[in-house]
Design a protein around this ligand. Structure first.
Ligand code: ADP
Ligand code: MG
Length: 422
């Protein structure tokens, strides 16, 4: 089987790595891929959806997997389906679950899925009035995609109203902020849960926890994610059951009723408040770095999982997970997330320790290749992933691996998975 992976990050690299180990897969293409993905497959430089669909047709691609949200929200799945191609991802309509927070919140309300109480508006007066009824902190969210920066947690009412004003005037986020959500603050702990969906059926993957802040102890600015681990002990059978009954099932049923059956990855950003689950948001793709720890934990065929999801055949699939843990440590460049850094060569020491060879690997993200040498050119450069019988063992292996990687300005957190090891 031939597979085309859309995207260029560590997430897409890790999907490629998992597929390369799958006996069913013959050839992998990345569009556009990165400086290291050409060692797993072939990079192609096409971004236009019609041109990609034509490429898939003429290269007998059996399955296309879409990594990032932007092409999903822009309708790549609809184009491929019009060509009768198998593609794993959500349709343009269904991608509104991530593309519009107002769509998402109204959907949650309509189907009685637990979430923070809220209003949607484009008027400062309406927002101000609602803010006056809330206790602090207060959460303000821009409607559209803001690259993970469109949420303000205001510590007092003035800050909340100022944030509203800046969003509605277009100053903060342009068009994405012209409509907003104002919502109640939820106090609890966060979980990311992923379901692979075929429109009707789903398979849950183990819950993961990511680390958004740049520095140890969850300090410093927000980033795309500095590390993740899975499965997290912060969830038990009872909570999984509650998530399935109160979130996953009503979401799939509701999306189908709305005429936009949900296919692809349903990423549920959840807040657990006193044992009760509330939906913070949905994303329509894997989290990055969560994907990098989940892929190697899947024991059964990763190809089957994605392929069957595109054919409405998930119900008959028995997905098996390894009885192990994964920890991913992101290694970023010097000036991340503020500005780009000077490209520097990446050297990885030869891995001699057999234990490390077997239970750790690198997922490449922001890298490019020149004259056969790898250079750190992006913000998040690569991830070191450790697998082990315990979170501690997995973490120790991830950090051993991180010690084998060298480039100028290398930065990483040293406390990934601390929540699980306290
Ligand atoms: N109602 C809320 N109460 C408490 N924290 C929140 C709330 N909504 C969002 N957050 C925090 O803000 C982060 C970003 O919000 P989210 O809805 O996930 O938007 P996005 O990922 O699109 O920026 C969440 O991960 C969470 O930490
Ligand atoms: Mg989020």
């Amino acid at each position: 089987m031939n597979v085309l992976i859309i995207g260029s990050g560590g997430r897409e690299y890790s999907i490629g790595l998992a597929l390369k180990k799958d006996k069913k897969v013959t050839k992998i293409f990345f569009a556009p891929g990165n400086g290291a993905s050409d060692e797993i497959g072939e990079n192609i430089d096409i971004s236009d959806f019609e041109a990609l669909a034509n490429f898939a047709k003429s290269n007998s691609i059996d399955l296309t997997i879409v990594g990032p949200e932007a092409p999903l929200v822009d309708g790549i799945v609809d184009v491929f389906k019009a060509y009768n191609l198998n593609i794993f991802g959500s349709s343009k309509l269904a991608s509104q679950l991530e593309g519009s927070k107002i769509f998402m919140k109204n959907f949650l309300k309509k189907y009685n899925i637990p979430t923070a109480s809220f209003i949607e508006t484009n008027f400062l007066e309406v927002a101000s009035k609602f803010i006056d009824t809330l206790s602090v902190p207060i959460v303000i969210k821009a409607d559209g995609l803001c690259g993970g920066k469109g949420v303000i947690i205001a510590q007092d009412k003035k800050e909340a109203k100022d944030a509203v004003k800046d969003m509605l005037s277009g100053e903060s986020f342009g068009k994405a902020g012209l409509s907003i959500i104002v919502e109640e603050y939820l106090d609890g702990y966060e979980l990311s849960v992923f379901a692979i969906c075929d429109g009707e059926n789903y398979k849950l993957l183990p819950a993961a926890q990511d680390h958004k802040r740049l520095l140890n102890g969850d300090k410093g600015p927000n980033t795309g994610g500095m590390g993740a681990y899975a499965p997290t002990p912060l969830i038990d059978e009872k909570l999984y059951k509650e998530i399935e009954e109160k979130v996953v099932k009503p979401t799939l049923k509701g999306m189908k009723e709305n005429g936009m059956p949900y296919e692809g990855v349903l990423f549920m950003g959840l807040m657990i408040v006193k044992g009760e689950v509330k939906v913070l948001e949905y994303n329509v793709r894997f989290g990055d770095p969560e994907c990098e720890v989940l892929m190697p934990l899947i024991k059964s065929s990763v190809f089957d999982l994605f392929y069957k999801a595109t054919n409405g055949e998930l119900e008959s699939l028995d997905i098996k997970m390894r009885d192990e843990y994964g920890v991913a440590v992101v290694i970023s460049s010097q000036n991340y997330p503020y500005k780009s850094s000077i490209a520097s060569e990446i050297i990885v020491d030869e891995i001699i320790l057999e234990e490390l060879k077997q239970n750790a690997h690198i997922s490449y993200a922001g890298v490019s290749k020149e004259d056969g040498k790898l250079y750190a050119t992006g913000g998040r450069v690569l991830l070191c992933i450790g697998i082990g019988k315990s979170i501690k063992e997995a973490r120790d292996r991830a950090y051993l691996m991180a010690g084998q990687v060298h480039f100028a300005g290398k930065h990483y957190r040293t406390d990934i998975a601390y929540q699980a090891l306290r």
